[in-house]
Design a protein around this ligand. Structure first.
Ligand code: VTB
Length: 333
């Protein structure tokens, strides 16, 4: 006798959307990758934005962009507050970074991705486009093992002890910026290894979730707040801890944050505060990276993409390699 397994309608829809968001990041990645190595950051970004928007508007959702390409006046597309989807279906919050690592793409250097996250309406942190202080470690450690306000040496010592290794066996990942000079010196003084990246801290934070393969144990430093929320969505799916604080160092930024619902400017957000409910996260490689391969333009117009898609309800992580054969014919990008 066969058993009928019923799936709640909301979850069923969410499962379907898992593949839909893959289409979105794939198309954005292909459009950006056509301009890889052209030295044109704005052009590549715009191409990714256009493709992402077009695909989002085919989705059976009532979507609102809560993390996007700036505010309404300064960004022509995918601005914070923009409505996307066919205006039927579940109400969802959407975070996008159509081209994370524009410089990497413009120089055809490793690590640029097209990425987005989706969650129930009202559950993603509405963060303004400001800097954010971040610290992240992988899964399997006690809550609050690391502390955003503790000195780097203390955080690294606690992590090494919990992992059962000397500090020299820890690898920290930091954005290579002058503002991180003191942080870099403090990490090096511990004897830990320091991996510096020029851009791309969404992937940087995600690296901490799989230290056995990436070699990265901890992410530290300040990066973009939008990138922070996207990384939090990924960690919500795959586990790991992240603590963050918005850097609201001017009246204007504090006001903007307040108008977006941030009542305490010094609040330290954990993953669950940035992504309050279940979510989906996807990223497609634009240029080759340690997490994903970049878009490849093969013989006979075959275009290959490499995507990771995650779903928090089940914690499933899928890697989807796709061969696209008809993009030109259907004018799809
Ligand atoms: C990071 C990084 C991005 O911005 O968030 C960074 O992940 C932060 O800003 O790829 P600064 O470049 O000003 O340090 C990017 O480098 C670009 O969006």
């Amino acid at each position: 006798m066969s058993t009928v397994i019923s799936v709640p309608p909301q979850q069923l829809l969410e499962r379907i959307l898992t593949l839909e968001i893959v289409r979105v990041t794939e198309r954005a990645a292909v459009s950006a990758a056509r301009l890889r190595g052209h030295g044109n950051e704005k052009g590549a970004d715009q191409a990714a934005v256009d493709a992402m928007r077009r695909e989002l508007n085919k989705m059976p959702i009532e979507g609102t962009i809560v993390i996007g390409e700036g505010e309404r006046d300064e960004a022509p597309m995918l601005f914070i507050g923009e409505k996307v989807g066919i205006n039927a279906g579940p109400k969802v919050d959407i975070a996008v970074d159509p081209l994370e690592g524009t410089t990497l793409c413009a120089k055809d250097m490793p690590g640029s991705i097209a990425t987005m996250a989706m969650a129930d309406g009202g559950t993603l942190l509405h963060a303004p486009d400001v800097y954010m202080d971040k610290i992240a470690i992988g899964p399997g450690y006690p809550k609050h093992l690391v502390d955003l306000d503790a000195p780097p040496a203390e955080n690294i010592a606690r992590l090494a002890k919990a992992k059962g290794v000397p500090m020299t066996a820890i690898t920290a990942l930091v954005l290579d910026r002058p503002r991180h000079a003191a942080l870099i010196a403090a990490i090096r003084a511990t004897g830990a290894a320091l991996r510096l990246i020029s851009d791309g801290d969404v992937a940087g934070v995600i690296h901490t979730a799989d230290p056995d393969n990436t070699g990265v144990d901890i992410y530290l430093g300040t990066g973009g707040a939008p990138e922070g929320v996207l990384a939090a969505a990924a960690l919500r799916c795959i586990g790991g801890q992240m603590y963050t604080r918005l850097i609201l160092d001017s009246h204007e930024k504090r006001n903007r944050a307040e108008s977006m619902g941030v009542s305490d400017p010094n609040f330290v957000y954990a993953v669950e505060d940035m992504v309050k409910g279940d979510c989906l996260f996807a990223a497609t490689g634009v240029t080759d990276g340690s997490m994903l391969s970049g878009v490849k333009f093969r013989k006979d117009n075959v275009i290959q993409t490499d995507t990771v898609v995650m779903r928090s309800v089940t914690g499933t992580v899928r890697y989807i390699k796709a061969d696209h054969r008809q993009l030109e014919k259907f004018h799809l990008d």
